[in-house]
Design a protein around this ligand. Structure first.
Ligand SMILES: [Zn+2]
Length: 446
């Protein structure tokens, strides 16, 4: 296999985006920067909105959930909404509020497990911290978040030597989540006691006083940059391909298609998918329905007309899919086991773990055909419990048809995931076509 220039450029752009987006807050900040550069205007949910046709806007909720949209001709009741949904968070470790524990002269940082990472993939890697530090202004009481991304390796989870863990290869690498996950930091040298000494490090990093650092939301991130691998550089590896690949593809599509097509086109990216989406900024929150309603109201589309709009809308719920793994064929339904580099995947589950229905499946397959992009289908093996996405939550929350799609990948929820280098460009192409097609295909008779 050899990559086309477009495929290589798209995959490299994705790796570069992930390298500077080690936390959901960084991912959103980087996407905001792209949107600003393309002339999109920031909106604040606490202020009134006055929207104009043929303009781009974005709104951020708490730094890690983002909705960006282009208003098109503003005729929402006639054209409905076209959206791409995804999530900004990835499973892993988060630093506790009082994380420092000293044993035998060494300070370690205690973590909570966020979502469902493959824990063993964090062992023996050059880890760092990334996220936000929350600083309080004592006069006003207001809280200012400061983004922090440690560039050098700061932390490590060393394996126990095989001589002390003889069954590691036969029984797998297992962790006691309380006692065996604290990460080696080193030895804190400070006048301050342990917890404050760590607070002092963060305060210095963000240029605040130690006392003003009141909280943090810090993920444990890998420091190894993304890479191509395999013959013909057919594959890519990085952390957080699930689901920053979908975020990046949707953003590229919106920026390319913004001035074409009709009606409102949006991307809606949520934090907290990996822990169930139930929060004030997750996919189960009113963030998307509130935003769609406010967009519609700006164009005097309310009540029954707003419902008409929703009923002719479509959302691509974009999240990664499980690629066939040659060493583990027995875990797949081989008629529905997508291959890397063979195009976007439609994810189907009749129990609605994925939101795709027959109509949405047929529409998305048609869009791929029109965009000259191959398409594949995934169905989970009947004997295994199927994962889920924001698709069913979004469809149920706002009553809009969704199709669950995504590129295939290996090792989902590993700290170092892998995917096909040619697929990212294909996904961008079909998403761009979805946004810029003159009209959205509909169910012919409801
Ligand atoms: Zn995901």
């Amino acid at each position: 296999m050899s990559l086309t220039n477009d495929e290589r450029v798209a995959a490299q752009a994705l790796l570069d985006f992930i390298d500077v987006s080690p936390s959901p807050w960084h991912a959103v900040a980087n996407m905001v920067q792209r949107l600003e550069g393309a002339g999109f205007t920031a909106l604040d949910e606490r202020a009134p909105w006055t929207l104009e046709p043929n303009r781009g806007y974005y709104v951020v909720r708490d730094g890690s959930s983002l909705i960006a949209f282009h208003t098109g001709d503003g005729a929402v009741a006639d054209h409905g909404f076209r959206g791409i949904g995804a999530h900004t968070d990835s499973p892993g470790f988060r630093i506790k509020p009082a994380p420092v524990k000293r044993q035998a002269g060494l300070d370690t940082l205690g973590v909570e497990v966020y979502g469902g990472p493959i824990l063993a993939t964090f062992a023996d890697r050059d880890l760092t911290l990334a996220g936000r530090v929350l600083v309080r202004d004592d006069a006003s009481g207001d809280i200012t978040p400061h983004l922090f991304h440690g560039q050098q390796p700061m932390l490590r989870l060393p394996n126990l030597a095989i001589h002390l863990n003889r069954t590691v290869n036969t029984e797998g690498l297992k962790y006691d989540l309380q006692d065996e996950l604290p990460l080696i930091l080193g030895t804190l040298q400070s006048e301050l006691p342990g917890q404050d000494a760590f607070r002092e490090i963060l305060a210095k990093q963000v240029g605040a006083s130690t006392a003003s650092v009141r909280a943090w939301e810090l993920a444990v991130a890998d420091t190894q940059p993304g890479a191509f691998f395999g013959l013909g550089e057919a594959f890519i590896a990085n952390s957080q391909l699930d689901n920053l690949a979908s975020c990046h593809a949707g953003l590229e599509a919106l920026l390319t298609a913004k001035d074409k097509g009709s009606g409102v086109r949006f991307i809606a990216y949520f934090d907290h998918e990996e822990i169930g989406s139930r929060s004030f900024k997750g996919a189960e929150s009113p963030f998307l329905p509130d935003t769609l309603e406010r967009i519609a109201e700006s164009f005097n589309v309310t009540g029954a007309d707003y419902r008409r709009a929703l009923n002719q809308s479509l959302i691509l719920s974009a999240d990664m899919a499980h690629a066939h793994h040659p060493n583990y064929a027995r875990y797949y339904d081989l008629e529905h086991a997508p291959r890397l580099n063979e195009g976007p995947v439609i994810k189907i589950n009749v129990n609605q773990r994925y939101a795709t229905d027959g109509v949405a499946e047929a529409i998305f397959e048609g869009l791929c055909q029109e965009a000259d992009v191959p398409v594949q289908k995934y169905v989970h093996r009947n004997t295994l419990p199927c994962g889920s996405t924001i698709g069913p939550i979004t469809a149920g929350r706002i009553g809009v048809r969704c199709v669950d799609v995504g590129n295939a990948m290996w090792s989902m929820h590993s700290l170092r995931e892998s995917a096909g280098a040619a697929d990212h460009d294909k996904m961008i192409r079909v998403m761009t076509h979805f946004f810029q097609r003159d009209r959205l295909p509909q169910l012919a008779s409801a």
